[in-house]
Each structure stands twice: as structure tokens, then as C-alpha cells.
Design a protein around this ligand. Structure first.
Ligand code: GMT
Length: 374
């Protein structure tokens, strides 16, 4: 078997694209490939996975002239040097902005200096194609970077469609769904019977405006009047302080907790009775899939690629965006009916095992690498 030498470029935060890049890279390394992670910080989940990994830090010089740091040039230089020294075969970037253009620059530098050729894969994750990539100030460079890649993948059919229809991407875009580590994201050995105990509702996100966490609070306000419940917020981000004010204004401080960012929230999910996802856009919905893998029923807004992950009425409920009343009604129905909750949880795990299990998805990426190298 041939092993590939791959540079994986990603954001290091706990956000979905960084998590997917990390999980994929570590799984490929376990299969014997030579994997190099490249970013401005060690990806959070990479640290938590332990074991040995090769990480290349992108050093951006600070200089008083710069109002903005020249990250893209520093990344291109890091990739060029890494590729030349380690004979890298593939640069696999996660999130197009600005990674695809930096990878292209690195490849041009290799050509210019008569080094070997590298292949570039761009994996689009969401806002790089359906929001930021379409902004006038970023659009042309995003399209260029993606078009110059040798292969382009999207994490859902929704994102593939948006990329083809709304970005001027001329290359075929292949859908490879996100991998879920079903050994880590697994149900508890024994889930206590729901009985009259307080139900735990979990929301996990980066608290950006697109996540609409105020909707989770308003829905919870209705839910907790019908079922004894607590709302646990996992994550951190710009909307936290407004959310905390809303919690206080609604008199919910005793039953809403902000737990902060958690790199690997499997334990929290195992103890959850429901996951609530209120996003206005979501190309895939990684936390939804992770909850399903733990047999936790999900109530989520019917947006983007979410219906490709969560089947309405089977592994949870899809509700209209912004309709707090529908969210609450769906949640109450599930929380009041432990048998239904259990059946939905089990159906969710079954779906994840069938379609999104890490081993199957990593195989799809490995097959893509093979095709590119041929
Ligand atoms: O959700 C975010 O804003 C973070 C973002 C990222 O790139 O880190 O997540 C995107 O990629 C995830 C992994 O593919 C997907 O599960 C998320 O749905 C997607 N977010 C959006 O489309 C808003």
C-alpha cells in the first residue's frame, strides 16, 4: 500500500471545520499516512486526542506597518517549505478562506523553484461558500482558490448545490459527509429511566449570530413550564453576554448554565436528554450528528444540510427557523415520552453508523487521494 504525505490546513478553534480536519488527519495517520497539520495554533481537538502528531506553526511577523497580519503569505511560505522539505503529495485545506489561495501560492512557488508538484484539495465547510465566499470583497479570490484546487469536496449535498449554483466554481464538487468517531460518541452503558427527573437540554455552538442562541433560551422558557428541565450551553462566542442578559430577564438563571467551550463534549452528550440546535444556517451540523451518535434525540431548525443528517420524526424533529413555539412543542413531546425519546435516540445512532461513521468517511477521502495521485 502507498502512504501519502499530506499537509492538512485548518483553523485551530473548536469550530466544526477544525474538528473535522483533526479527526480526519488523525484517522489517516493511524492508517499509516504521513500527516502534517498546519495552522496558527495547535487545533484544540488534536491536543485532546493525545498521541503523536506533526504540527507546523504558521508564524506571522508583527510589524507596526501592518494593520492586518499577512497570514495568507505566512501560510503559503510555511506550506512551500513544508512541501519542499517533506516531499508532500497533497495539501488538503479545510475551509476555503484563505486556505485555498495560500495553497495555490505555495504550489506556484514550488513550480517556480523547480520543486515537485503537489495536489490541492479544498473541503468546503459552510460559510466559506454560502456566506463569506459570496461577499463582494472575498468572492473573486475565493472562487479562484477553489477553481485552482485539483479536487473540491463539500460536507453536504446542500453545500455542493450552493457552491455550484452561487459560486462560479467550474470544477466538479464531490460530497463527502463529515466523519463521526462512533467509538467516542457512543451511548452510555446504562441510561437512567427518565421518570420525573429534571431533563437536560444541551445546546452546543460557537455562539455566533448565525446560531441564534436567543431562540434556544426563548424555547427553553416555554419548555421548562411544561417539563422540569435545565438548559446547558456548551461553547463560547460573541453572543454569550446578550444571552446571559436574556436568561436573567426571563428569570431563568437557576436553570440555565453556561459551561464554556468543551473540546470533546461526548460526556455531556451522554448525559443529555435532548440537543437543541437553533441555527439559521448549518451546512452539516456536526454537533447534531455527535448527539445522534450518543443516542440523544435532536430538535433542530430545518436549514441547509441538517435534513441530510437528521430525519424528521425518526431521529428527532426538524422545525421552522425562528419558530420558538414549534421548537418548544417538539421538545416537550419528546421529553414527555421516554419511549419515543429512546426510539429516536436509537434511530439516530443507527443512521450515524450507516452513513457518517469515521471509518467509512475516511475511506472516501483516501479513495479521493488515490484518484488524484493517479
Ligand atoms: O458553525 C460554524 O460556524 C463553524 C464552521 C466551521 O467551519 O468551523 O462550521 C461549519 O463546518 C462544520 C463542519 O463541516 C459544519 O458542521 C457546520 O454546519 C458549518 N457551519 C455552518 O455552515 C454555519
Amino acid at each position: 500500500m502507498t502512504e501519502f504525505r499530506v499537509a492538512i490546513v485548518c483553523y485551530p478553534s473548536v469550530g466544526g471545520s477544525g474538528v473535522v480536519a483533526t479527526e480526519l488527519g488523525m484517522a489517516l495517520a493511524r492508517r499509516g499516512h504521513d500527516i502534517h497539520f498546519v495552522s496558527y495554533d495547535v487545533p484544540r481537538r488534536l491536543e485532546s486526542l493525545g498521541g503523536r502528531f506533526k504540527f507546523h506553526h504558521v508564524d506571522v511577523p508583527l510589524y507596526p506597518l501592518f494593520r492586518f497580519e499577512p497570514y495568507i503569505l505566512a501560510l503559503a511560505t510555511t506550506l512551500y517549505e513544508l512541501a519542499a522539505e517533506n516531499c508532500i503529495d497533497i495539501i488538503h485545506v479545510h475551509y476555503a478562506i484563505p486556505h485555498s489561495a495560500a495553497a495555490y501560492l505555495a504550489r506556484q512557488m514550488l513550480h517556480e523553484n523547480h520543486k515537485h508538484d503537489v495536489k490541492i484539495i479544498t473541503t468546503l465547510h459552510g460559510t466559506d461558500a454560502d456566506l463569506l465566499g459570496q461577499m463582494p470583497s472575498l468572492r473573486a479570490a475565493t472562487e479562484f482558490g477553489v477553481n485552482k484546487s485539483d479536487a473540491v469536496t463539500a460536507v453536504s449535498e446542500y453545500l455542493r448545490r450552493v457552491t455550484v449554483e452561487e459560486l462560479n466554481v467550474k470544477r466538479p464538487v464531490e460530497v463527502i459527509y463529515n466523519p463521526i468517531d462512533t467509538q467516542v460518541y457512543r451511548p452510555p452503558e446504562n441510561r437512567p429511566a427518565a421518570g420525573s427527573q429534571v431533563r437536560r437540554i444541551v445546546h452546543i455552538s460557537n455562539f455566533r449570530p448565525v446560531k441564534r442562541i436567543q431562540d434556544a433560551i426563548k424555547a427553553f422558557d416555554l419548555i421548562c413550564h411544561a417539563v422540569p428541565a435545565r438548559l446547558l450551553f456548551v461553547g463560547k462566542g460573541p453572543d454569550q453576554s446578550t444571552a446571559e442578559m436574556l436568561v436573567e430577564r426571563l428569570g431563568l438563571s437557576d436553570c440555565v448554565e453556561f459551561l464554556g467551550a468543551v473540546v470533546q463534549p461526548d460526556d455531556i452528550l451522554r448525559r443529555a436528554d435532548l440537543l437543541l440546535s437553533t441555527s439559521e444556517r448549518e451546512s452539516f451540523g456536526l454537533t447534531i450528528a455527535e448527539a445522534m451518535a450518543c443516542e440523544v434525540p435532536v430538535v433542530a431548525t430545518n436549514v441547509g444540510g441538517v435534513p441530510e443528517v437528521l430525519e424528521d420524526g425518526i431521529s428527532g424533529r426538524l422545525v421552522p427557523l425562528g419558530c420558538v413555539q414549534s421548537m418548544a412543542e417538539a421538545a416537550i413531546e419528546i421529553l414527555r415520552d421516554p419511549q419515543k425519546a429512546q426510539a429516536m435516540g436509537q434511530a439516530g445512532r443507527k443512521r450515524i453508523l450507516e452513513r457518517f461513521d469515521q471509518e467509512k468517511i475516511v475511506q472516501q477521502y483516501e479513495d479521493l487521494y488515490w484518484r488524484m495521485m493517479e
